[in-house]
Design a protein around this ligand. Structure first.
Ligand code: HEC
Length: 227
């Protein structure tokens, strides 16, 4: 009798374990109506540095084992005000409520990343100045063979610096995660990509460097190359 009781107790424990494993995903703590928007914020604003599965990249690992130790209040502070170690501040980009939600969200098990396929890629493609509307010749006197593209990370811009005069020729708004600049084969364009996969094409034939096209090539990127 004793043994039987013991066994059934184990069986019960196993059953309840199973039930927990099969239950709907752990509650996120984020109100259901805000969940989609919060996921979107993560994938658009955070994944570029922390990885789509939160394993860490430039930014630290944000899996629950780490984030739960920090706790809601500390997480909100970090997200709002950033850190000196390179975490940007979001208090001027996200609302208070969004910061509360994203902090709750990163304490939960990571979601499978959304797909960013050809359709999303094509939909994100914006041509600001069509090829036929671009200058037919170089409209400035800058020596394009000696231009530096310098990442201004915290302001989400690149500065194109005239290497001959050492003057800033122009500053271009590229996005908060701007990371790598690459020259086109012709030497006329600069490609700038952010960790969030946003790629800008800057035309250096205008009076001032000008973004002529943009596309988001994925949710997470480290570099771009040209040939
Ligand atoms: C431009 C890159 C970048 C982006 C974008 C970014 N982070 Fe970070 N984050 C970092 C870096 C780098 C650190 C490490 C900072 C340090 O050690 O001081 C960090 C640290 C953190 C930490 C502290 C982790 C710890 O264990 O101390 C949290 C929490 C965090 N980020 C959340 C977020 C959230 C949420 C977002 C999106 C709203 C985000 N980050 C976007 C780069 C980024």
């Amino acid at each position: 009798m004793k043994v039987k009781l013991g066994l059934s107790a184990i069986a019960m424990a196993m059953l309840s374990g199973l039930a927990a494993a099969e239950a709907v995903p752990a509650p996120t703590g984020v109100a259901p109506e805000a969940l989609d928007a919060t996921k979107k914020i993560y994938f658009e604003r955070c994944a570029g540095c922390h990885g789509v599965l939160r394993k860490g990249a430039t930014g630290k690992n944000l899996e629950p084992a780490n984030t739960q130790k920090l706790g809601q209040t500390r997480l909100e502070k970090i997200v709002a005000y950033g850190t000196e170690g390179g975490m940007p501040n979001f208090e001027d980009i996200l609302t208070k409520e969004e910061i509360t939600n994203i902090s709750k969200y990163i304490m939960q098990t990571p979601d499978a990343p959304p797909e960013w396929g050809m359709k999303e890629l094509q939909n994100s493609w914006k041509v600001a100045v069509k090829p036929e509307d671009r200058p037919k010749k170089q409209l400035n006197k800058i020596n394009l063979k000696n231009v530096f593209s310098v990442t201004l990370r915290d302001t989400g811009e690149v500065a194109l610096i005239d290497g001959d005069t050492k003057q800033i020729w122009g500053i271009v708004k590229t996005g908060y995660a701007v990371h790598i600049s690459r020259l086109s084969a012709s030497g006329r364009y600069v490609y700038v990509i952010g960790r969030d996969g946003k790629l800008d094409l800057i035309d250096m034939w205008f009076e001032k460097p000008t973004i002529v096209a943009t596309i988001k090539i994925g949710l997470d990127a480290r570099s771009v190359d040209t040939s």
